[in-house]
Every structure is written in C-alpha cells, then in structure tokens.
Design a protein around this ligand. Structure first.
Ligand SMILES: [Zn+2]
Length: 295
C-alpha cells in the first residue's frame, strides 16, 4: 500500500466514524411484563396494531433461559448472557460469580454506558414491579419511581411516566407495566381476564406515547415496546413456546415502517440496539446484536 492509499483509508475511516453519530436523541423503552406473542392472534390491541404499521416488529423474539422476569429484564438492559451475569431469576443478586462488575457492583447496563459517555444525559425508570430496579443500576439513574399498588392505581404508570418525560425529556427511559403478568398469574394464559386486560394496557401505552408527543421530543425519539416472557398456564420459567416467545416493536425516527423483522432477536439485542441508537460503545462483555430496523 502506498503512503497515499494509507492516508486515504485513514481519512475515509475517519469520515465513516464521524458520520455515524446517534440515530435519535431519545430512546423510550416500554416493557409489558408477561406479554406473550400467543395473545397477538386473537387479542385486541388497536394502538399497538396501528403502530406496527409505523415501525418494525417481530413476534418471535426469544427470552433468555429461564423465562423469568429478572433474568430477562436484566439481559435487555445489560446486553449480557446469564452465563456471564449470573442473573438467573428474580433474586436481587447474581446466583453465581459474575464474570465482570462495574464500580457499582453491577453488570454494565445501557444506563451505565450512557452516563459514562455523557454524564449530562438524563436517565430514568418508572416501574410497577419494584424488583425491576435491582437490574437497572439505580446509581446511573437521574430518576426512578416504583408505582405503589398498581392494581389499585392502574393509571399511575401513565401519569408518572408522562410527568417524568415532560419534565426531564430523558435521553433514555424504561417504563415497566405489570398488569398482563398479573392476569397471567391469576387467571392463566389464554384466559378471558388476560384478553380483557390487553386493550387496557394498549391504551396505557397509547397515552404514554401521547405524553412523549406533548413533551415535544417524539420526532427525535425511538420507542421500543417489548416483554420479558409469556406464560404457560398460570406460570412461566419453563421452555414452552408460550413462555419463551414475546413481541418486539420498534418505531420512531429513521426506523423502517411496516417492516416485519426477519432476523433472529433475543433479549440482549435490546441493549446493543439502544447503544447503536444513542451512539454508545458496547462493553466488551456484551453479546447482543443491533436489531436491523433502521432505514
Ligand atoms: Zn415477568
């Protein structure tokens, strides 16, 4: 290679890096606990259905094993296989020695990476399941709130999430809604009660999205709607398709519209995808792949 060719290569590499940049300024992840893909054939979810035309989606996303909440919400945020993280269930600590820990004693979550790269970026979690916070690394959150008695106050998740988004316009926010999981545990997969809850949860998602629009950040946001696991009868944690298959829907700035995702997707791909959107480096321990949904 001549000196000139080497110089041109360097220059072109430099340009590529510089032109990559963030794909959007804000990422809002909305997680519906226990939203199994099984309910998408017969269920009523008008807002989500309409939004699928606006974005990219799959009904074949896989859970991490076991199909338990903690292990799966954790993998979405830390991009790491459970074999590395030791987060194998709903415990508030790893059940075996993790391969890597940050200075906070956690896996590096996408909140951690964002705060390290851009300390001024605002981060937050609003959740109905308090244990969710065990996996987020709260030392990297500017704001976090657990909704008390969500069954008694089903609208609080909407009000509190919208309030946070409008006041702080976060770069990265995770909202967790528990109602479907509760119906799955109380009445079972396929129950009338679960199906009755689905349009109510759909409407909560709609109102949160309205709130993002009212905050004035919608056009510069990418929204990800997904779940941790499905159900088998009144439980989960096993390997049936009903438990291990959940939807994922991505829409917003620069995301392909009406695009069925053909590639394989697993929970930890979420962290890699959020890192790509916000132009963050992936920690070496991450193993997720960027989901190919961008134009
Ligand atoms: Zn769950």
């Amino acid at each position: 290679m001549t000196a000139l060719a080497a110089l041109m290569m360097l220059a072109s590499c430099g340009r590529e890096t510089a032109s990559e940049g963030p794909l959007a300024s804000h990422v809002i992840v909305i997680g519906l606990d226990g939203w199994g893909s099984w309910c998408m054939e017969k269920g009523e979810y008008p807002f989500i259905k309409e939004t699928m035309q606006e974005g990219a989606w799959t009904l074949d996303k896989r859970t991490m094993r076991p199909s338990i909440s903690g292990a799966n919400w954790a993998a979405m945020m830390n991009g790491t296989p459970v074999e590395f993280s030791g987060i194998t269930g709903n415990e508030d600590h790893p059940t075996f020695t993790p391969i890597l820990l940050t200075e906070h004693g956690n896996q590096p979550t996408f909140f951690h990476v964002l705060k390290k790269e851009r300390p001024e970026a605002r981060t937050g979690v609003v959740c109905e399941w308090g244990d969710f916070l065990n996996y987020a690394d709260t030392l990297c959150l500017d704001y976090y709130k657990r909704i008390e008695d969500p069954e008694g106050h089903p609208d609080a998740i909407v009000t509190e999430s919208v309030k946070f988004i409008q006041e702080q316009k976060p770069e990265l926010c995770f909202i967790h809604i528990d109602a479907l999981d509760h119906m799955g545990h109380s009445y079972g997969q396929g129950s009338a009660e679960y199906y009755a809850e689905l349009p109510l949860v759909d409407d909560r998602v709609r109102r949160i999205v309205e709130g993002i629009k009212d905050a004035g950040i919608y056009d510069d946001s990418i929204i990800i709607l997904t779940s941790d696991h499905g159900h088998y009868q009144t439980g989960h944690g096993g390997d049936t398709d009903l438990e291990i298959t959940t939807p994922l829907l991505v829409w917003g700035k620069g995301v392909k519209k009406n695009h069925p995702i053909k590639e394989t997707v697993i929970q930890m791909d979420l962290a890699a995808t959020v890192a790509r959107i916000l132009n963050l480096p992936q920690p070496q321990s991450w193993r997720g792949k960027v989901i190919e949904v961008f134009e």
